[in-house]
Write a protein that binds this ligand. Structure first.
Ligand code: ATP
Ligand code: MG
Length: 273
């Protein structure tokens, strides 16, 4: 269904032994959006992602992907991929095998898997690492392998749980810019979980502020910075560098103050370049 949003969450709730980890969360992600889920530790971000992925069941509410209810659809049939904070690479598999794993799961023919893996390794500039195992890779290389593995099945939505959290600060900015480029180029939706305000406000088309299992506010970064609706959102927005810059500039055109990743990393990676 071409015109449908990529994702709709309608009042989804998750409880663990009586404790409510996610309470009546509703969200619409339009085609190809970059959405950042921002909130403090324990507020329910990962649980929300895991419900979208089908790794947890939503006890109440509905999850739709491309307009189709997927509550009872297994993870591998949801047209999504997930990238974890620690990359969750398989320790005993070579880079090439890991990248092709999603296609193996879909039982694609061996010749097709070989061709698509070769293309993907080239696109992500990791062809030279094809026969290496994860424990011999740097943090940045692991991150590329994880991204290639996640995108090889050409999912509609990529879920990223603190994807740069384990990288050195020196690498983070470059990796952020690269991921942003990949998202723009492929036109797929990214749902990026973070507890870092600067990451969320500089990357997201829309920021979803979560606290205590609920969504407090959803909006473009500039809307949230200018019109925070709750005290928690005020605190969140004012602790971001972006918001401080926007306030300091007091520009009449707030969108101009928005920091956009530069395109200097364009064409480094991405399977459809
Ligand atoms: N399998 C589980 N069993 C019991 N409680 C759980 C389980 N998974 C998550 N929780 C609880 O649900 C709440 C939300 O957890 P979640 O992992 O979604 O938080 P988060 O926002 O991702 O936090 P962080 O930023 O620390 O990763 C926490 O209180 C957590 O302890
Ligand atoms: Mg988490």
């Amino acid at each position: 269904m071409a015109g449908e949003p990529d994702l709709e969450l309608i009042d989804i709730t998750k409880r663990f032994a009586g404790f409510t980890a996610v309470r009546r969360v509703s969200l619409v992600v339009d085609r190809g959006q970059f959405v950042c889920l921002l909130g403090p530790s324990g507020c329910g971000k990962t649980t929300t992602l895991r419900m979208i992925a089908g790794l947890e069941t939503a006890e109440e509410g509905e999850i739709r992907i491309a307009g189709v209810r997927v509550n009872d659809t297994p993870p591998w049939q949801r047209d999504i991929a997930m990238m974890f904070q620690d990359f969750a690479l398989f320790p005993h598999m070579t880079v090439a095998r890991q990248v092709g794993f999603g296609l193996e799961m879909l039982r694609r023919p061996a010749a097709e898997i070989r061709r698509r893996v070769t293309d993907s390794l080239a696109a992500f500039d990791i062809g030279a690492l094809a026969d290496r195992k994860p424990d011999t890779l740097s943090g940045g290389q692991k991150q590329r392998v994880a991204l290639a593995r996640a995108l090889i099945t050409e999912p509609r939505i990529l879920l990223l749980d603190e994807p740069i959290g384990s990288l050195d600060y020196s690498l983070r900015e470059a990796v952020m810019l690269e991921l942003r480029d990949v998202q723009r180029r492929l036109g797929i939706s990214f749902i990026w979980v973070t507890h870092d305000q600067n990451e969320a406000f500089s990357l997201g088309d829309r920021v979803v502020v979560m606290n205590h299992a609920r969504i407090e506010q959803v909006g473009a970064p500039e809307d949230i910075a200018e019109r925070p609706r709750t005290r928690f959102v005020v605190w969140t927005a004012t602790t971001s560098v972006f918001a401080r810059r926007a306030a300091a500039s007091s520009s009449p055109a707030p969108t101009s103050a928005r920091r956009r990743p530069a395109s200097r990393h364009r064409s480094r990676c991405g399977p459809h370049s």
